[in-house]
Design a binder for this molecule. Structure first.
Ligand SMILES: Cc1cc2nc3c(=O)[nH]c(=O)nc-3n(C[C@H](O)[C@H](O)[C@H](O)COP(=O)(O)OP(=O)(O)OC[C@H]3O[C@@H](n4cnc5c(N)ncnc54)[C@H](O)[C@@H]3O)c2cc1C
Length: 470
């Protein structure tokens, strides 16, 4: 359905993009906090100031006001995926309903309950802390752009109904009342999704942390971690930070523990943001309720309206850069930007004249089961969590609460989940990893071209509970 080779027009339309996340390109971005400049001892050290780290520190500080808590950030607050995402805040903890149902059918009701509770509490926290971050419970429309996708959405709708999930199936005409695209053939509306300005949310959480006495150090990259009796010692340059407890929230970045290395791979996802639409352009697409929208191929797009009336349009390509991992040069991919510009016009031909201002990429922590996993190290003093696979804006708060449960040895409905007790299957080592991922992406692209028909390789992966997604 969507063209693979970008047009010359798309290249020229995207050649003068500002290559920075639209969310981070904001005069309200706080100035950098100083790096670690002395040795420190703390009750809790959180490594990584993305959503996972910030929520871990915040929920710990609220629960334990007497704790000394320190956050170490190698770059800037929200400089990773947290400041670069689409800003969809989904209730799902399992990278979507279908993935959760296929992996944990017997605990799906509980996963749904905990996911909805997490979304509601996340919204309440934003309200209590008065964080101005354009939080809007808009719902999400998953659209079908091919006939076979209509059938898939109807099947998912029936499965959701059986579990009491309040979703609504929309015909093509009903879908176009929400958002007017000629390619829509039907949709599933999921009310349990919000949209947010992710950078403003992260900065608001950081501000609250400082108010509660939590110290955040930016440009403070944690090096080696060592177990030393009652503490974990963390090297930060020439200084030593000792934590009685540690949360590792480093997402797709090089893991600080060997055991995580085979469980997560960094996969790059790209995003465009348009100039603000004129009132005529906006009228031509409707979209008054600013719902998040996602299409339904293996290679999918996600799109939404920003507070100032631009369209953020991202997804489709998912690029694995091999051993090179996470590097600033991968934040820009001119082919991916041009492909997105073409797909934008294929989706909204009435907006062919709209220009784009920002284009950027970011690394997603893909794991083979597409949803977060947890583990302990250093005799239980360190807990790590990773593997959100591109759907962690909401799930990161649940992940933070679960990490704090595990660190303090608490048995809760969260720690009782099979999802929390088990880990994904590992990716093979290089050079096989590169080959396996490339072959899987090719197979997924072929399936998208052939009405969703999965080849032998994808069916083998399905039967093993393995996959590749973003
Ligand atoms: C382009 C893109 C679009 C996305 N869209 C969505 C979306 O719409 N909805 C959704 O739910 N999810 C989305 N995601 C995923 C989502 O952004 C993440 O799952 C979520 O932000 C998780 O945050 P995190 O804190 O785990 O990771 P990050 O935000 O990546 O934070 C990890 C932090 O750890 C720091 N760090 C790493 N190593 C060290 C070290 N050694 N020492 C100190 N600090 C270190 C990094 O600098 C970084 O700041 C998207 C991701 C991308 C890249």
């Amino acid at each position: 359905m969507f063209t693979a080779i970008p047009s010359q027009n798309a290249y020229s339309k995207t050649k003068s993009l500002h290559h920075e996340s639209f969310w981070l390109d904001n005069p309200a971005r706080p100035t950098a906090k100083p790096p670690v400049s002395h040795d420190i001892e703390a009750d809790l050290v959180v490594i990584g100031a993305g959503f996972t780290g910030l929520w871990s520190a915040l929920e710990a500080a609220i629960e334990n006001p007497h704790w000394k808590i320190v956050v170490l950030e190698g770059d800037r607050i929200a400089g990773g995926a947290t400041g670069r995402n689409g800003g969809f805040v989904s209730a799902t903890l399992t990278h979507g309903f279908s993935n959760g149902l296929s992996r944990w059918p017997s605990e799906m009701s509980e996963l749904l309950r905990l996911g909805s509770q997490n979304l509601a509490e996340l919204g309440s926290r934003i309200g209590e802390l008065r964080i101005d971050c354009d939080w809007l419970v808009s719902g999400e429309i998953d659209v079908a752009v091919e006939d076979y996708q209509v059938q898939n959405l109807k099947r998912v709708h029936a499965e959701m109904k059986e579990l009491g999930v309040a979703s609504q199936y929309l015909t093509a005409e009903q879908t176009r009342v929400h958002v007017n695209s000629p390619i829509y053939q039907g949709a599933l509306f999921n009310p349990d999704v919000a949209i947010v300005d992710p950078a403003r949310l992260a900065w608001g959480l950081a501000r609250e942390l400082e108010r509660l006495g939590v110290e955040i150090f930016e440009h403070s990259k944690a090096g080696e971690l060592k177990d030393s009796g009652n503490f974990v010692r963390i090297n930060v340059g020439v200084h030593c930070v000792k934590g009685r407890l540690v949360v590792l929230a480093t997402n797709a970045y090089p893991p600080l523990l060997k055991r995580i290395k085979h469980l997560v791979v960094p996969v790059y996802d790209y995003v465009l943001v348009s100039e603000p639409l004129s009132s005529e352009q906006r009228a031509s697409i409707g979209w008054l309720s600013r719902e998040g929208v996602g299409d339904s191929g293996n290679q999918f797009h996600y799109y939404r309206i920003t507070e100032d009336g631009r369209i953020l349009f991202g997804g489709y390509d998912a690029l694995y850069q091999g051993k090179a991992g996470v590097k600033p040069e991968f934040d820009t991919d001119l082919d991916s930007f041009a492909r997105l510009a073409d797909h934008f016009v294929q989706t909204f031909p009435q907006l062919a004249d709209v220009n784009f201002t920002h284009g950027w990429g970011g690394a997603i922590d893909t794991c083979s089961r597409f949803s977060a996993f947890w583990g302990k190290a250093h005799g239980g003093k360190t807990v790590y969590v990773a593997g959100f696979t591109g759907l962690g804006v909401g799930a990161s708060r649940f992940a933070a609460l679960t990490s704090l449960d595990l660190l303090q040895g608490r048995v809760t409905p969260r720690t009782n989940l099979q999802m929390v007790k088990t880990k994904p299957l590992p990716f093979p080592p290089e050079p096989f990893r590169r080959w396996v991922i490339a072959w899987t992406i090719k197979s997924l692209q072929k399936a998208d071209r052939e009405s969703g028909k999965r080849n032998l390789w994808l069916r083998l992966l399905d039967s093993l509970g393995l996959g590749f997604d973003s």
